[in-house]
Design a protein around this ligand. Structure first.
Ligand SMILES: *Cc1c(COP(=O)(O)O)cnc(C)c1O
Length: 355
């Protein structure tokens, strides 16, 4: 078997959940486990995050997987339903739904459900992706109140710039003005808002990326927020080459040695989810020591500079990202964010949960 493996730390999940609690002690926590729990494995992550008050996913199939695995917390479908046929199924499993569009509202009004559903009414506060405008919001709210298939409504929005200098003030003010006087529970904050804007915490918070120990803010690393990386992507050196000055390594000869260079070949490539755009110099750890990648990442392998590491050999352990090399650093070098790298972990990478 190839030596590559993703290790998922349940104690890191618990640690990060506690960081959420420290920031938002009054709020219930809806752990966002969409996209296969940001690449960490849905039920695996849910077990690690079992102390959360709820889980948020996209698909009804994911919600049912969680129910069938025994999770009794609230489960919310972040984009609501995609077809009428799903409605009685969602109701029978006790799944909560986002309502963000008129067709979704009509679906609820026309259905004959055995069990009423709790809904999250989404307001578009400037993201312009999903949700009702402030002008539509109260009339829609009244229709939900009158709908016999609805057992209750949580008021919800999602901030477009919580992780940017722009912040949330404008969107938050708009949301507060629109929902003024309503007594329903509120759900506003993603990870960036949890860490930066206590005024958004409200009844529920919706942390995603911070639970996995990566940073929601590009210029601040996860350690600054006291977050611990949950996933360690590890592999091994499977071959060693020595380049003379002027020789190159890998496709396109992206790296050419200026002096004698010892190169380790690592069993990990873009087909495992490692970014092909990672340039020469991306941090990577061998035997627990930080060095750098060289050459172009290929499908199943990449190259690492071992020139100053004579002790490294075939079989030496490599950390692509994890505790030693944060996924955010690899993402930054590659022109993306930790979110994308974690989500893109390939199904072929074996995953192991550890305490
Ligand atoms: C993905 C998502 C979140 C979590 O966002 P993070 O930045 O990962 O914390 C919260 N709310 C909604 C609506 C989302 O789609």
């Amino acid at each position: 078997m190839r030596p590559i493996q993703a290790t998922i730390s349940h104690s890191a999940f618990q640690h990060n959940l506690n960081v959420v609690k420290q920031h938002a002690p009054q709020s219930k926590i809806m752990a966002v486990v969409k996209a296969n729990a940001y690449g960490h494995g849905l039920t695996n992550a849910a077990h690690g995050l079992n102390d959360a008050d709820g889980f948020a996913v996209l698909g009804l199939d994911e919600a049912i997987d969680l129910r069938e695995a025994g999770f009794t917390q609230n489960i919310l479908l972040l984009e609501g339903l995609f077809s009428r046929q799903e409605l009685p199924i969602a109701a029978s499993f006790g799944i909560d739904l986002v309502v963000h569009s008129e067709p979704q509202l009509l679906m609820l009004e026309k259905a004959q459900l055995k069990q009423p559903i709790h809904v999250h009414l989404k307001m578009n506060s400037g993201m312009n992706r999903l949700g009702f405008t402030p002008a539509q919001y109260l009339p829609v709210f009244s229709r939900l109140q009158a709908c016999r298939n609805v057992s209750g409504t949580t008021l919800m929005t999602h901030f477009a710039t919580a992780d940017e200098t722009l912040g949330v003030t404008q969107a938050l003010t708009l949301f507060q003005k629109t929902t003024q006087g309503l007594q329903q529970p509120l759900s506003l904050a993603n990870s960036a808002s949890i860490l930066r804007y206590p005024q958004t915490h409200a009844d529920w918070v919706r942390p995603g990326i911070m639970l996995y120990g990566a940073s929601p803010v590009t210029d601040t690393d996860a350690a600054t927020f006291n977050l611990k990386s949950v996933m360690t992507l590890g592999s091994e050196i499977i071959s060693i080459q020595t380049l003379s000055a002027g020789e190159s390594v890998g496709y396109g000869h992206l790296f050419t040695a200026s002096k004698t260079t010892r190169v380790g070949i690592v069993a990990c490539g873009y087909a495992d989810g490692y970014p092909r755009h990672a340039p020469n110099g991306t941090p990577i750890a061998v035997n627990g020591v930080i060095t750098q990648t060289i050459g172009r990442v290929s499908m199943d392998m990449l190259y690492v500079d071992l020139t100053d590491m004579p002790q490294a050999q075939i079989g030496s352990p490599v950390e692509l990202w994890g505790q030693q090399v944060s996924v955010d650093k690899v993402a930054e070098a590659s022109g993306t964010v930790g979110y994308e790298l974690l989500c893109a972990l390939a199904p072929r990478v074996p995953m192991q949960a550890v305490a």
